[in-house]
Design a protein around this ligand. Structure first.
Ligand code: DQQ
Length: 586
């Protein structure tokens, strides 16, 4: 590849933004920068970039995407709106792109639905939510960036309710319906939730904001979706910095003994400072207009996460199409460099839509890819009752496309007595710290064992998704970790390769040493569900050798105990059917 001298300056600028872990949000690039770099992509690079595009994780044909917005089900059609830059592969020029589906798998791309047209959103149409009103009319509330760069909340309604795809949206002249009041930080006041009705019949919604380092979910009330009044105190707050993309909704479960229904509320927030999100479960006190998290659950760094990997700005909706289910969408940013994205011409994907529910023990939420995804399963390979000895691995051969696959495995640890002692120094550490200290290649007692995905045949490249089990000295209980180690995922330089990890809240001894893992592999996405959805990790990887039909899938065991693969079912995944056009005909 030859690079013109002028372009080096651009590479240098963009290289400053190589690492995405704590990327500053809302960085603006000039269009001239984008053209300089994209001109240099050669054919081989282009082919490799194309091989990293996803087959069944949602992404548009080109350009930048971020947060899912306004997700909803309306009269037989699922709507996915999302933050989109129509001009390039970096964040900027933000509009609401729009796609529709009848099965959450195949999508028809439509022209952007909400884009700057008025003084109240002239500088951008940022995130928001949809609410289906009692008469069946959907209302969108979104953040507009107005002429003074203030963040204001606007409402929009479908122009033509008889259009099943709801292509066009009207923004009433009375917008903004919620402006930042006195004392509110106008540059940090955004992302209205779906609205709900209280016992008095009035609508409520929450907007994310901050007061210095205090993250806030401020509550607004309305009788008509037009005039909104702030509640004197926030629904909830936490000492975490800005709360972006709050989501607030009820969940139920049958309870552990099946005798009664357990009801809780979920408050999820996305932290602008660290770019991860967490949730709490708790009680919604309607009279006090307050949300009170369960005493055992922490706000902030120690909180529960939907996903311990690359998953941000998520949003749920209630799917009333069949048996009512709550469905979660989340955005996975790239982990390569901004220069790579500009060369690729695309950046960002959506995680697969996940069904989300309250665990029967009431301690956490559980997630699972919506069942519709399984309609893409094709060729199938099965492994039954195969023992993996300490230090051994074997290839799961026979798939046509291990780079685009769905793998479900159930493992049984033969000898939990081999678990390494838990180091009390880790009591205050998060799972990521422990996993980083004990990577996939560091031999253990029970584990690391699991999958090597997107592996090259010489194993130079591979992403490890695995479990590692420790035993506490104080109470004799096991601590189960689920990790995603991408440190050898790519030979390419300049890629952000953090080890992601979460604890798995299971009693593995009581479960006969059994633990399950499902991993969705999609070229540059590795999306895993541990212990049937109790711990989830999405990671973005960029193999150079393990691409297309060169990718391989293995089971490995780097522990001292034998591990039995009770069952492993691996499926080739067909690509989703993406049709339609994002261009607006004039
Ligand atoms: N992305 C949007 C904001 C939101 C942030 C702008 C979260 O509305 O707070 O694209 O990723």
């Amino acid at each position: 590849m030859t690079i013109r001298p002028a372009t080096w300056a651009v590479f240098f600028l963009l290289a400053l933004l190589l690492c995405r872990g704590a990327e500053a949000s809302h960085q603006v690039f000039s269009e001239a920068d984008l053209f300089e770099v994209s001109a240099d992509a050669d054919a081989a690079e282009q082919a490799r970039d194309d091989a990293l595009r996803t087959g069944y994780h949602f992404q548009p044909p080109k350009h930048w995407i971020n947060d899912p917005n306004g997700v909803m089900y309306h009269k037989g059609v699922y709507h996915l709106f999302y933050q989109y830059n129509p001009k390039g592969a970096v964040w900027g020029n933000i509009v609401w792109a729009h796609a529709v589906s009848t099965n959450l798998v195949d999508w028809t791309m439509l022209p952007p639905a909400i884009y700057p047209t008025a003084p109240f959103d002239v500088n951008g149409c940022w995130s928001g939510s949809a609410t289906v009103l009692p008469d069946g009319t959907p209302a969108i509330m979104y953040t507009g960036i107005d002429g003074q760069n203030r963040q204001v909340q606007n409402v929009a309604y479908p122009k033509d309710l008889s259009d099943p795809f709801l292509r066009d949206w009207v923004k009433p002249d009375y917008n903004p319906v919620i402006a930042p009041g006195p004392g509110v930080n106008a540059s940090a006041f955004r992302d209205p939730t779906t609205a709900w009705r209280g016992p008095d019949g009035d609508w409520r919604l929450v907007v994310g904001t901050k007061d210095n380092h205090l993250g806030l979910a401020v509550l607004y009330k309305s009788k008509d979706f037009k005039t909104w009044t702030p509640s004197p105190q926030p629904l909830h707050s936490g000492d975490t910095g800005m709360w972006e993309c709050p989501d607030f909704f009820p969940v139920t479960s049958r309870g552990v003994d099946g005798s009664g229904v357990l009801r809780k509320h979920v408050l999820k927030v996305s932290l602008d400072l660290t770019r991860f999100e967490y949730y709490t479960l708790g009680e919604y006190d309607h009279a006090a207009e307050k949300y009170v998290p369960d005493a055992s659950l922490a706000d902030g760094n120690d909180g529960l996460r939907y996903d311990y990997g690359d998953f941000y700005a998520s949003k749920t909706f209630l799917d009333v199409s069949g048996t009512r289910r709550r469905v979660l969408w989340g955005w996975a940013n790239e982990s390569d460099s901004t220069a790579d994205d500009v060369r690729k011409g695309w950046a960002g994907v959506q995680a697969v839509p996940r069904k989300l529910w309250l665990a029967r023990d009431g301690r956490q939420l559980v997630q699972w890819p919506v069942a519709e995804i399984e309609s893409l399963r094709g060729g199938h390979v099965n492994v039954t009752r195969r023992v993996v000895r300490p230090g051994a691995h074997f290839e799961v051969a026979g798939l046509a496309s291990p780079a685009q696959a769905d793998v479900e495995a159930s493992f049984r640890v033969r000898d939990l007595g081999r678990a390494e002692p838990w180091d009390p120094a880790w009591d205050k550490a998060d799972a990521q710290t422990v996993c980083a200290a004990r990577g996939a290649d560091a031999k253990g007692g029970v584990g690391p064992f699991g999958l090597w995905v997107l592996a090259s045949d010489d194993l130079e490249e591979k992403t490890a998704v695995f479990f590692r089990v420790f035993k506490r000295g104080d109470n004799g209980k096991h601590v189960v970790l689920m990790c995603n180690d991408p440190s050898t995922s790519s030979k390419e330089d300049g890629i952000y390769k953090p080890t992601f990890a979460g604890f798995v809240d299971v009693d593995i001894a009581n479960n006969g040493g059994k633990i399950a893992l499902r991993t969705l592999i999609d070229h540059s996405v590795v999306e895993s569900f541990g212990a049937r959805g109790r711990t989830c990790i999405l990671s973005r990887v960029y193999p150079t050798k393990a691409i297309g039909d060169k990718a391989r899938l293995y089971v490995f065991n780097n522990g001292e105990s034998d591990v039995m693969v009770n069952h492993l079912n691996a499926y080739d995944m067909r690509s989703a059917n993406i049709t339609g056009s994002m261009e607006r005909s004039t």
